[in-house]
Design a protein around this ligand. Structure first.
Ligand code: MLT
Length: 274
């Protein structure tokens, strides 16, 4: 499958490949602010080729190359991991870094599971390593049905905003909240429904964290109530080769809320491994 890919402008062609996987129900747009910050950090663009795809059937609805999924389809985290490996092939990269936010990190665990030799480094942002409880999985199915019935992700944009952003962002950065809403509302509801079902059946990696010895950065917002710093610290402590960074005053969407702090932490990690 050829995925639409958004490459950081000015990026060196043959730098180490870094793939950024977005969260739910977002698209590559969630990385735009961070990419903008990276442009002003010396030697970022010289060393790395940074790409942010939209996951399968997600992203802007009227895009020519968007892939239609039949109603009730399922996109598993393993499917998305396979897509990311294929994407790295398209860049002729045998090994690559992968950075995933929340759902994007569920894909990261699966990349490690399925392609351990290809992963040069893993960035787990604002996420967890567990599986859904039966109740959470049932809610995912309801969410999938509702976006399919309404032919839109609009209700998710409103329902989730209060949980995703820090109080500081909500009070002081209305632009970020508006960008987030526009991104969610324009998302392809079919792809969103399919990954909601896929997340409901994802694997639990909690007990496997001690095996994940690839260099890792575990990073998240200080005010993230969905994946709080204490949970992120515990993930980092369980992984043999991980470090933990907290982004001050950010919530669950830390790369949108504090793009420069996020970009600096990513660069320092990449430089230490590449
Ligand atoms: C995300 O931001 O990707 C979601 O919070 C993930 C989830 O719903 O588990």
């Amino acid at each position: 499958m050829t995925l639409p890919v958004y490459r950081l402008h000015g990026c060196k062609e043959n730098g180490s490949l870094v793939i950024f996987g977005h969260g739910f129900p977002f698209s590559h747009v969630m990385w735009d602010r961070m990419f903008k910050s990276m442009e002003s950090i010396p030697s970022f663009l010289d060393r790395y080729t940074m790409v942010a795809p939209d996951f399968r059937s997600m992203g802007i609805v009227d895009r020519q190359d968007s892939v239609d999924s039949p109603v009730c389809s399922v996109t598993t985290m393993a499917d998305l991991a396979d897509d990311m490996a294929e994407l790295a092939d398209q860049f002729h990269a045998r090994q690559f870094f992968y950075c995933g936010l929340s759902m994007g990190s569920y894909v990261g665990w699966e990349i490690w599971n399925r392609y351990p030799d290809r992963l040069k480094g893993l960035i787990i942002a604002d996420s967890n390593a567990g599986a859904d409880s039966p109740e959470a999985a049932a809610n995912r199915i309801k969410t999938a049905l509702r976006v399919e019935q309404e032919l839109s992700c609009r209700f998710l944009a409103d329902a989730m905003a209060g949980k995703l952003f820090s109080p500081e962002t909500l009070a002081l950065n209305e632009n970020v909240v508006q960008e987030y809403k526009a991104m969610v509302v324009s998302n392809n509801y079919q792809g969103v429904a399919a990954v909601a079902r896929g997340m409901a059946q994802r694997s639990n990696f909690t007990d496997r964290l001690p095996e994940i010895d690839v260099p890792a950065l575990v990073i998240g917002g200080q005010r993230d109530i969905l994946s709080p710093p204490s949970s992120m610290e515990s993930i980092s402590q369980s992984m043999p080769n991980a470090r933990h960074v907290v982004i001050p005053y950010a919530g669950h969407l830390s790369p949108m809320e504090s793009p420069t702090a996020f970009a600096v932490a990513v660069k320092s990690f990449l430089d230490s491994v590449a």
